[in-house]
Design a protein around this ligand. Structure first.
Ligand code: ARG
Length: 455
């Protein structure tokens, strides 16, 4: 009979057992479940709700169960529904009436909320370590090529010259915010739900503060109804990972473009690419493409979680069991990306010559001309129009901007000085951008120093 079977005359049908089980995905919570139960029984004994000797036997047996699960020597059965029932049944199987005391003052509703919070607290640390390693790989690659100049794009059109290192460091900034969001989410979820029971707390004299301290929570939940039904923290966690995923997806798109024949800005290591079953010459950037694809899954997981909670009446509803499917998938997918990406960055080789060739397009320096006019006292809007007229002149005469004489230039820009025709050097253009946040050599050098220190 199921542990909750007292009021039932018949058992669950096979199909329903299959439909309602969660052990196939929540078994990974076993360590958290056991940690929660150990703290709970310690509190029950301290409060005189169960004998000290019973608490001791339960704790020892919980540790034995943990070791058995670690070793793969524990049978998971669909009929026992979820991880909570498995562990409680194993306890009762071993300790009989003593084991049957573990669930005093507790419900699976506050238990599962506790387990997920404990699990996410650990995962936040692990994922943020992974993101740090990712940042490190980007910073090291950037530091290896501090002088490599490339075209910067807006609308995927040549915009202005930038440093390759500056481009990589933009992603380091994004991942830093992701790490920050993870820590923020972990801080907000660090509230103890246990003691909320099924919905309304307990008539037993539980010491919730004691349990919170044992388990490292900052405080106890203030409202039992909120505590058993709140999944904000799960949505938030998936949201953080979805944003991280979007960042990875954008980087992937950059690398897909850069490794194409048309760009040729980077060579990805063979270990991170695959070939075609038909075309012998192909080397495809599959890790990038799959990252782009997998990030769609994380976004989907976030949508699953928020849709799951939409319209749920207070308080716990079994719908919430599905939270773990989406949450774990988001975590596993982010982890999978973190497992491969840093090494792909470390082994990729930028083709500095190709970048330089592309960066030599004098149109990338058109803005510099306009800003030089501003320096000479021309209002920016007029300066912009004058340079635009020069660009038009060049198009009409089949010339590049650096191919016109000073006299021709003066047709559009009467203020042009001897210096103007010399302003199409990409290095000089980059070198002038040393304000904070700029792509100048010195500015990027200090950004690199900042990150090296920080990481
Ligand atoms: N497996 C359930 C879940 O993941 C545990 C809570 C079940 N509570 C209940 N009253 N049936 O949500």
């Amino acid at each position: 009979m199921a542990l909750w079977g007292g009021r039932f005359s018949g058992g669950t049908s096979e199909a329903v057992a299959e439909f309602t089980e969660s052990i196939s995905f929540d078994s990974r919570l076993y360590k958290c479940d056991i940690a929660g139960s150990k703290a709970h029984v310690a509190m029950l004994a301290k409060q005189g709700i169960i004998p000290e000797s019973t608490a001791k036997s339960i704790r020892e047996e919980l540790e034995a169960i943990s070791r058995r699960i670690d070793a793969g020597d524990f049978e998971f059965k669909r009929d026992l529904e979820d991880i909570h029932m498995h562990i409680e049944s194993a306890l009762i199987g071993k300790l009989g009436a003593e084991g049957a005391r573990v669930h005093s003052g507790r419900s699976r509703n506050d238990q599962v909320a506790l387990d997920i919070r404990l699990y996410l607290r650990e995962e936040a640390k692990r994922l943020s370590d992974g993101m740090r390693a990712f940042q490190k790989a980007l910073v090291e690659k950037a530091a290896e090529y501090p002088d490599a100049i490339m075209p910067g794009f807006t609308h995927l059109q040549h915009a202005q010259v930038v440093l390759f290192a500056h481009h990589l460091l933009a992603y380091v900034e994004m991942f830093d915010r992701d790490i920050d969001r993870l820590a923020d989410c972990a801080r907000r979820l660090n509230v103890l739900p246990l003691g909320s029971g099924a919905i309304a707390g307990s008539t037993l004299p539980l010491d919730r503060e004691f349990v919170a301290k044992e388990l490292g929570f900052d405080r106890v939940g203030r409202n039992s109804m909120d505590s058993v039904s709140d999944r904000d923290f799960a949505m938030e966690f998936a949201g953080v990972l979805a944003i991280f995923g979007i960042h990875c997806s954008r980087l992937s798109e950059d690398l897909v473009l850069w490794s194409s024949q048309e760009f040729g800005f980077v060579e990805l290591d063979d270990a991170f690419c695959t070939g075609s079953s038909l075309m012998p010459q192909k080397k495809n950037p599959d890790v990038c493409e799959l990252t782009r694809g997998k990030c769609a899954r994380i976004s989907g997981d976030l949508v699953t979680l928020i849709t799951l909670c939409k319209g749920l009446p207070m308080t716990y509803n079994r719908d919430l069991q599905e939270d773990k499917v989406a949450l774990f998938d988001a975590i596993d997918t982010a982890s999978a990306i973190l497992d491969v990406y840093p090494a792909m960055i470390s082994t990729m080789v930028p083709r500095v010559d190709r970048m330089a060739e592309a960066a030599a397009d004098p149109a990338l320096m058109a803005t510099d001309l306009a800003e030089e006019l501003v320096r000479l006292g021309v209002p920016f809007r007029d300066a912009h129009r004058k340079v635009g007229t020069l660009v038009k002149y060049c198009k009409e005469h089949g010339k590049d901007l650096d191919e016109v004489s000073l006299e021709e230039m003066r047709i559009s820009i009467p203020e042009a000085t001897e210096d103007f025709p010399k302003m199409f050097d990409p290095r000089a253009s980059v070198a002038k951008r040393n304000l904070t946040g700029g792509t100048g050599f010195d500015a990027v050098k200090s950004q690199l120093e900042f990150w090296k220190k920080r990481l």
